[in-house]
Write a protein that binds this ligand. Structure first.
Ligand code: SF4
Ligand code: SF4
Length: 372
């Protein structure tokens, strides 16, 4: 049996999605292979912050519904969960359609709060990560990411989605801890993924996002669902399929450095339900060059795009200043003042801006590298 099952799916029709999701699980022996009667199963959706479904930022509720229903049919107890970076959880989950699913199936939809230590065995300078107690208390975790591009990390899919297991503003703190070094941040993502160890990942790639993802890009009709027990391999295969380069993908670089076997693509691991899948003209962010490794610290900022303000779009909400863990941003009367010496290029301000009023600006050096 192959490790990653891709299925063509062009719409979010409830019945079609239920059948498609069931078909994916059945390929791996059925939902019963992953969850047992009475087990608590955390469905880790991609919520990010309060966005309407049509923006395609969040996991589509039809997929959450299908997975939750299949788990209920197994006699297990699913609950929907995530932790937005800044917004109120209930309002965000309502907008994303998760609360409707919870009400309809009479299951919980709750915020990942109550941080507890998750010990990490690695060679990094941290030996624990604080994740929500609900993550550690769940018997099983099913990961439900969205397929999107990502200004900081190039792409966000299976592995990156689990960063949301860190409660609320603690996420921004981790951005600050690792600073400008994206490979280090990717290594943290690998630790979270390997230690949380979801039993299954089901990716919503029907309508994902490209361009200035994960929140300000444009919807892109990839027309796929994917199921796997190996989200890391799935992410690397998708990177290749979307036309992105491994040497620009911090997650791949970090995994390569740590000798993860998933870095070598094995095409026998992949099975498709139909013949051809081509994704033309996917807009991949070019916000940093990872190619001049080992990078010199004084060049780091020059090789990374900086966030800039688009004043005429700004509504003056102040969310950007609130999320900035580096204290590199001040907001006053719809004007932003960046301190680029402090700025760690995490793009949390860009990600949390509700009206696309922060975009990326390449340095001359980066523009030159991107032309090579
Ligand atoms: S200004 Fe924006 S990109 Fe820079 S550190 Fe703050 S949140 Fe991150
Ligand atoms: S730039 Fe965006 S997040 Fe910041 S104040 Fe303006 S609208 Fe709000």
């Amino acid at each position: 049996m192959s490790k990653i099952f891709f299925l063509s799916q062009q719409n979010y029709d409830r019945i079609e999605i239920y059948n498609a999701v069931k078909k994916i699980f059945d390929y791996f022996g059925g939902v019963g292979n992953f969850v047992k009667n009475g087990e608590k199963v955390l469905l880790k959706v991609n919520l990010v912050s309060g966005h309407e479904i049509k923006r395609r930022v969040t996991t589509d509720p039809s997929i959450v519904y299908a997975v939750a229903k299949l788990i209920l049919e197994q006699g297990a107890v699913p609950f929907i969960a995530d932790s937005p970076g800044i917004d109120n959880f209930k309002t965000s989950a309502e907008k994303a359609g998760f609360m409707d699913v919870a009400r309809e199936l009479n299951i919980e939809c709750k915020e990942l709060t109550d941080p507890v230590d998750l010990p990490i065995k690695n060679e990094a300078d941290y030996h624990k990560i604080q994740v929500s107690r609900f993550v550690l208390e769940a018997d099983k975790i099913i990961n439900l990411p969205k397929l999107k591009t990502h200004g900081q990390m190039l792409l966000t899919m299976g592995v990156k989605n689990l960063f949301g297991c860190i409660p609320g503003r603690l996420k921004a703190g981790w951005h600050y801890n690792v600073g400008l070094n994206r490979e280090k941040f990717a290594s943290l993502l690998l630790d979270i993924y390997k230690n949380i160890n979801p039993c299954f990942t089901l990716l919503d790639g029907i309508i994902g996002m490209h361009g200035e993802g994960p929140t300000s890009g444009e919807p892109y009709n990839f027309g796929i669902l994917a199921g796997t027990q190996d989200a890391l391999s799935m992410d690397f295969h998708l990177c290749k399929m979307l036309g992105a380069k491994f040497e620009d993908y911090p997650l791949w670089l970090a995994a390569k450095k740590r000798n993860f076997p998933e870095c070598e693509l094995n095409y026998d691991d992949v099975v498709w339900d139909s013949a051809s899948h081509i994704f033309p003209d996917v807009k991949i962010p070019k916000t940093q060059s990872m190619r001049l490794l080992p990078r010199l610290p004084f060049l780091e900022r020059l090789m990374t795009s900086k966030p800039v303000h688009i004043p005429n779009l700004c509504i003056g909400c102040g969310r950007c200043e609130k999320i900035c863990a580096a204290g590199a941003l001040k907001h006053e009367n719809k004007k932003l003042y960046f301190d680029y010496k402090k700025c760690i290029r995490c793009y949390c301000c860009h990600e949390m801006c509700p009206v696309k009023a922060i975009e990326f600006k390449e340095s001359k050096l980066l523009a030159l590298i991107n032309k090579l």
